[in-house]
Design a protein around this ligand. Structure first.
Ligand code: ZN
Length: 416
């Protein structure tokens, strides 16, 4: 017997409003494409049917995996909802910001607790499950690390082959993990990854796990997984946060979070949307520059660099620019030095975060100093992944262990 979710689900173009059935459409809106434009597709639900089921108290019930929210995710036959136990990550108040700045409601949403230690598991749980339902041949990804290993793990779970293109800067840990999960990992020059991914999708019919089309959402299903962060935050705070800070590469995580809050607003579970802040490194701040100039799309930098590899893209999608304006947040950037400093501060608080994951907390200090965040506000910084995947960087940041002869005297002589 096929077990189906109760909601009707379909795709809609954010530009021409054209509607399509949930299918293997990975190059944007076909109607816009015919007119020579590009239009992103997003998944729609007749959520009115869920208004009696989805309440704040229902949200507060423990779910075990993101498939608790299957009615609001794009898989139709629930037998395809595959899980490694992603989601339901800790939300912890961090006293550092109270002690240093007098801001007592700053929380870290620790996505490093996911099965492959990053928020990407929410995306890939949905994307790969949907791909399996649509009878995919295999999963193909271009990644700087987290996305690739997450795609590999969920492809393995679904018995699908997986190919991942990584840039030369990729930490060895990611390359080994991709192999462990049974994916074929390729290291290629940075700019070649997209070309190879496109050819694999167009010529061999593989399913793309983003990024695929520059500056837009190419796979409309994965981003839906990020909505569950919004659902969890409402439950964990028993309130709507005032602001959320998240690192931005393409902008899909913030897009999903924004959509999740919008759905809960539509269902009457909450009565407002938090301000969303897109955090980028100073050396790759196309989003910030375009936001400040009030551009209607994100500029492309000639060159970009940051130690926060996963956020050093030259551009971002127009969808993230729009949601920053719509939520009354903005884009904000900090230097690589500020990122490293925040990694060290959080390390001394018991968190091992990767470079991109230190961005939100580092940007938060700037917003506090400028008065854009108020001391009484509830603010969430999204910790997207762990620093443990970067052993070489950890070796540079942390003091080495002391090697001693093993006598009491040698120990006492070296002890701090
Ligand atoms: Zn369209």
């Amino acid at each position: 017997m096929i077990n189906l979710t109760v909601t009707q689900k379909w795709l809609r173009c954010t530009e021409c409003q054209g509607e399509f059935k949930l299918d293997s459409i990975y190059t944007g809106c076909p109607a816009c494409d015919k007119e020579g434009r590009s239009g992103a597709l997003e998944v729609c639900y007749d959520i009115g049917r869920l208004s009696s089921k989805i309440t704040k108290s229902w949200l507060r019930e423990w779910g075990g995996s993101i498939w608790k929210y299957a009615d609001l995710l794009p898989v139709c036959d629930t037998s395809f909802c595959s899980t490694l136990g992603e989601g339901f990550t800790p939300l912890v108040r961090e006293p550092y910001f109270e002690k240093e700045f007098g801001f007592g409601n700053i929380y870290l949403k620790n996505e490093a607790s996911n099965p492959t230690w990053s928020h990407k598991d929410r995306l890939n749980a949905v994307l790969v499950s949907k791909a399996k339902e649509l009878n995919a041949k295999g999963i193909a990804a271009s990644s700087t690390g987290n996305h690739g290993i997450s795609a590999a793990a969920y492809a393995a779970l679904n018995d699908l082959p997986c190919i991942v293109f990584f840039p030369p800067e990729t930490s060895t840990s990611y390359l080994r993990l991709a192999g462990l999960y049974g994916a074929q990992a390729f290291v290629t020059p940075w700019e070649k990854r997209g070309e190879l991914l496109q050819k694999l999708v167009f010529e061999e019919n593989w399913t793309p796990s983003y990024p695929f089309v520059e500056g837009g959402i190419s796979n409309p299903y994965g981003v839906e997984g990020y909505k569950t962060i919004a659902y969890e935050l409402i439950a964990q705070l028993d309130d709507t946060p005032d602001a959320i800070l998240a690192p931005v590469s393409e902008g899909n995580a913030l897009t999903g979070i924004h959509k999740g809050f919008q759905e809960m607003l539509e269902l009457g579970v909450i009565d407002r949307i938090p301000r969303l802040y897109g955090c980028v490194p100073r050396g790759a701040n196309a989003l910030e520059r375009s936001f400040e100039r009030q551009d209607d799309k994100v500029m492309t930098l000639e060159d970009s660099y940051s130690i926060a590899t996963s956020t050093r893209e030259k551009t971002a999608g127009v969808h993230v620019l729009r949601l920053l304006h719509a939520s009354k947040g903005r884009a904000v950037s900090v230097t690589d030095d500020a990122i490293i400093r925040m990694m060290q501060i959080l390390g001394k608080r018991g968190y091992c975060v990767e470079t991109a994951s230190a961005l939100p907390a580092a940007c938060l200090e700037q917003l506090m100093e400028k008065g854009e965040i108020k001391p009484e506000e509830k603010v969430v910084c999204l910790v997207t992944s762990t620093g443990i995947k970067w052993p070489d960087l950890l070796a540079e940041m942390a003091p080495p262990p002391q090697r001693i002869e093993g006598t009491w005297e040698s120990f006492i002589g070296a002890k701090r």
